[in-house]
Design a protein around this ligand. Sequence first.
Ligand SMILES: Nc1ncnc2c1ncn2[C@@H]1O[C@H](COP(=O)(O)OP(=O)(O)OP(=O)(O)O)[C@@H](O)[C@H]1O
Ligand SMILES: [Mg+2]
Length: 410
Amino acid sequence: MTGLSVEGLHKSYPGTPVLRGIGLQVKSGTLTAILGASGSGKTTLLRVITGFEAADRGSVSVNGTVVDDGRHRVRPEQRHIGLVPQDGALFPHLTVRANVAFPLARRDRHGRRPDEMLELVGLGDLASRYPHQLSGGQQQRVALARALASQPSLILLDEPFSSLDAGLRATVRTDVLAVLRATGTTTVLVTHDQDEALSAADHVAVLRDGRIIQADTPRQLYRCPADPQLASFVGTANLLEGTWDGKRVTTALGRHGIHAGLQVPKPGHVTVLIRPEQICLTPPGSDTVPARVTATHYYGHDALVAVRPDAPGSRPGNGKAVKGAPGNGGLDGAVLDGAVLDRGALGGGLDGGALGGAVLGCGNGGPGGVQGGGEELRVRVSRSDPPEPGEFVSLTVRGSVAAWAAADGN
Ligand SMILES: Nc1ncnc2c1ncn2[C@@H]1O[C@H](COP(=O)(O)OP(=O)(O)OP(=O)(O)O)[C@@H](O)[C@H]1O
Ligand SMILES: [Mg+2]
């Protein structure tokens, strides 16, 4: 295929197996983000693809040409791959223009190409400066211009935005990705930032334990992650025990349909994923699951609210009613939360006991997924005055859910 194809790739450093059978396909002209924890092998994978490291086994192909099959290797400079390394790595003693011209053949260095590349990344005016006279974001764009200068068929970006502050990061990312889209360059973007991966990429591949455990569109990855651990890795996850009868899943929060296209587990015990934005907070007293707010983490544009469902029968009587909500309200007009995707983590205090026979885990995702006995749930609330700790609310779940066979195998 055109683009990048990695199959069965293994790579170890002495005493450290890092890549253990990587499979990855990136179609020509698309952008794939590789998401993985620190030390999971993202940079190693890019270095094998570019040829700075050799594969132990497996193969790497670029536009149908095998560049490494574990025995024969095409030299890095003959692979036509542009790499923007993790640290940018500009030459400090060269001007911006000379940095961009560096990968070109000697006869092309004085031509138009370096200037065109600098125009493309919006730095045409700064060609005669030195790297130390640039901001971090401008340095990143010079590194990109340098990688693009030799018209690579594939460009690899290794956490190119991680050193930038939040405001600059969003701007530089938008600019850089716009350039790559405009030039139709096949791109691999390495990141450990879930927001960046989900918002920027056509596909997201998640690297864990030396393998790509899921490669999917951002929406599919977020809705139907391969396992509970991955669900927590790509966003905030409420992981609940449930029972699947072949048609509906029953949890402590009610009965839910499961996402279309999901690989359906066998009827029995399941672990259920409910995202924070799927839970609606409504006034207490409606025919829903009663709960009490235990913590509110306010982010300005929205808030993440921790709620603890009450044991059955202990309806709120002595607590505060939820702010701004009608006292006897059902659901009508009283839904308080929005549907803003959340990737944040809510710190602390998430362990607890069982609720009405159903254990509610708020997964930080151990190998088995649901962590024992946590009972708080996290809810995304987009109103400007979210409920405060101590207030009573009711919970309803909207939309379908993802579910996996429970780790106990029953
Ligand atoms: N040259 C090397 N020799 C020995 N071990 C190495 C070498 N380079 C990396 N490693 C080890 O290989 C593993 C993967 O490293 P790698 O740099 O690929 O991770 P990463 O996913 O890019 O991490 P980060 O997000 O922190 O950049 C780590 O355990 C690291 O210590
Ligand atoms: Mg790295």
